[in-house]
Design a protein around this ligand. Structure first.
Ligand SMILES: [Zn+2]
Length: 259
């Protein structure tokens, strides 16, 4: 895979985006995507990005993340250190003190941009206001569900660490038994062994609208606290796993719940 673009990742992290005030990071993402020739729709609830076109008989791989963080808009700096396993890790500092960096979910936003760059055709949905009740994803699935018509399924990157994914969200399954069984070995071979029951994230809105999803780990820890970190080795692993999952499950079938 391509190296992690640290400059882009740091810019995303250091651009504050409290829920409801995501415009700074949206401008950054839009500028980046338009310069690469991707199509960007600024919908009510977030950004819908499209690159290329799938060949006949295939659908788009689609990735998702949320643009907002739980932190305010005071500026901070990202600093890098190396952990005991020699892996590069980011943390934040503000006025000399540790602070959260909003890697929940800027790590996911970065992963989406990285995958748009790597894949020949791809979609990405970046939602606003996840942290205050996934309001952006709810608006988009209400008003722009047709945008997801030609996607095979959706992989969101909004699970912490490197070993857990969302099995149920608020008690609801986000993919069918059939899809989960097809994916299970690949997840476990890649160290994703914790099938977690999570409170909520954007995939709940998508699954409720009938689209099968996964929510994969993307390397952040201690989220929503001033001890938050982002492990770049785990970020890269998450990106690779997303690609492998689309390779394994294929793009021919539109995976939908029968509702
Ligand atoms: Zn999150």
């Amino acid at each position: 895979m391509k190296d992690i673009n640290k400059k882009l990742l740091v810019s995303l992290l250091e651009t504050p985006s409290p829920s409801g005030r995501e415009y700074g990071v949206e401008k950054l993402v839009e500028g980046y995507c338009l310069a690469k020739g991707y199509e960007v729709e600024h919908a009510k609830g977030g950004l819908l990005i499209t690159k290329g076109k799938p060949p006949e008989g295939e659908n788009y791989p689609c990735f998702a993340a949320h643009l907002d963080t739980v932190f305010d808009d005071r500026p901070f700096r990202v600093e890098e250190f190396v952990n005991s396993k020699c892996e590069p890790v980011f943390q934040g500092r503000k006025n000399g003190f540790r602070c959260g960096i909003g890697a929940d979910d800027k790590a996911g936003v970065y992963a989406c941009l990285h995958l748009l760059d790597e894949l020949p055709f791809c979609k990405a949905a970046l939602f606003e206001r996840e942290e205050i009740g996934f309001l952006g994803a709810t608006e988009i699935t209400t008003h722009r569900l047709s945008w997801f018509e030609d996607v095979a399924f959706v992989i969101e990157y909004d699970s912490p660490c490197s070993n857990r994914h969302t099995y149920t969200c608020s008690g609801k399954r986000i993919n069918s038994d059939k899809t989960f069984i097809e994916a299970k070995d690949l997840l476990e071979e890649n160290g994703v062994t914790v099938h977690s029951n999570d409170p909520y994230t954007d995939v709940l809105a998508l699954a409720s609208a009938g689209i099968e999803c996964f929510n994969l780990p993307i390397g952040y820890r201690d989220w929503h606290t001033d001890r938050e970190t982002l492990n770049l080795t785990e970020l890269a692993k998450g990106i690779e796993l997303g690609k492998k999952l689309f390779e394994k499950l294929g793009l021919e079938t539109k995976r939908r719940f029968n509702r």
